[in-house]
Write a protein that binds this ligand. Structure first.
Ligand SMILES: NC(=O)c1ccc[n+]([C@@H]2O[C@H](COP(=O)([O-])OP(=O)(O)OC[C@H]3O[C@@H](n4cnc5c(N)ncnc54)[C@H](O)[C@@H]3O)[C@@H](O)[C@H]2O)c1
Length: 329
């Protein structure tokens, strides 16, 4: 836990701050009284868009910049108390189609950020947005942090490397870094235009447009974190000295099969249809099958646990897109 005053007046930089999770984190931080600076290059295939911060635009500073721009980062990083490092490429299939681009965004960009911090603000507290994707196909469930990491796609390899850069900078340079391994995160402001960020996004879009969405296979069980819960995990981790140098899984309350998830979406929408298909081979190659997280480490260390039930999270998400879908197409 952290005191409500913890972030009051503190200077906070969020890379990827116009994206899905970054913009929700920004909204919470301005409410807590932080001075928030968002850095984002608005990569078209990613989840960032100015509309994500439309309601808080006059309460944050926005710098449209690529985090690989060393000179600008050098200037932006100085005097920050916290850095939430969320800039990144999320699409697994894009990483297989364009591996060099994923390397650039998920590895080189992260090293640039860390180097800017090391040289110009080594005291800054850094929380990195890592992913459960680095575990690959689980040997056992639920997956805890001791599970071997064995990524099945380029994105997983690069996100693993970027997590390790962060931990290395703690060990080698005594910097105050840590990482979260997020599972599927859902909620208002996620990318729904296509399945690049999460397959659930495009399902929500199709449902609201009144056309059938697709479920591949459907038997796989997954867990989901509502974005407000993910935001609390970032804040609790940043606020705790115990988190420095460590990695925590962030998961959902209970796993659900994708077919049950589809039924729940249809129920909450009071109608809709979906088609069950087998996986296209290109996707099957990088599928991880069943996955859900053991989040007992972050619960026992920091007191974090998911608070928003999946049903409520999905209902709030549908409500948001019923009102704002046009801004996300
Ligand atoms: N959404 C999830 O379910 C999920 C799950 C696991 C991990 N993560 C991680 O969380 C982070 C945030 O994810 P998100 O879902 O909000 O994605 P997002 O695509 O909505 O946000 C990422 C933002 O980073 C920006 N960006 C990318 N490269 C940049 C660069 N070089 N310089 C400046 N800005 C850059 C993009 O323009 C985008 O706005 C990512 O690092 C992602 O890997 C997300």
């Amino acid at each position: 836990m952290f005191a409500d005053s913890h972030f009051q007046g503190r200077r906070v930089l969020i890379t990827g701050g116009l994206g899905f999770i970054g913009s929700n984190l920004a909204r919470r931080l301005v409410d807590l009284g932080a001075e928030v600076l968002l850095v984002d290059s608005l990569v078209p295939e990613h989840g960032g868009r100015p509309f994500n911060i439309a309601d808080i635009r006059d309460r944050v500073t926005v710098e449209l910049a690529d985090v690989r721009d060393e000179q600008r980062m050098e200037r932006l990083i100085r005097r920050q108390d916290y850095l939430f490092n969320l800039a990144g490429q999320t699409s697994h299939i894009d990483s297989m189609r364009f591996p060099q681009a994923d390397l650039e965004m998920n590895c080189r960009a992260q090293l640039s950020v860390l180097e800017a911090c090391r040289q110009h603000n080594p005291e800054v507290r850094i929380v990195f947005a890592g992913t459960r994707q680095i575990y690959g196909r689980p040997d056992y469930l639920p997956v805890d942090e001791r599970h071997p990491v064995r990524p099945v796609d380029i994105n997983g390899v690069n996100k693993m490397a970027s997590e390790w850069y962060h931990l290395l900078y703690h060990r080698a340079f005594d910097m105050r870094t840590c990482a979260l391994r997020l599972t599927n995160t859902i909620g208002p402001r996620m990318r729904v235009k296509d399945a690049r960020q999460t397959f659930l996004g495009v399902c929500v879009r199709r449902l609201l447009e009144g056309v059938p969405f697709e479920v591949w296979d459907g038997g796989q069980r997954r867990d989901f974190t509502y974005v407000d819960d993910a935001v609390e995990a970032f804040l609790m981790t940043a606020a705790s000295d115990e988190a420095v140098g460590r990695v925590f899984n962030v998961g959902g309350a209970a796993p659900i099969s994708l077919r049950d998830l589809a039924d729940l979406l249809v129920e909450l929408n009071h109608g809709g249809e979906y088609l069950v298909r087998s996986y296209p081979p290109e996707y099957k190659r990088i599928d991880i099958g069943d996955y859900y997280s053991d989040f007992s480490l972050i619960r026992s260390t920091l007191g974090w646990e998911p608070r928003v039930p999946l049903r409520d999270g999905l209902a709030r998400t549908l409500e948001f897109y019923r009102e704002h879908l046009e801004h996300y197409l």
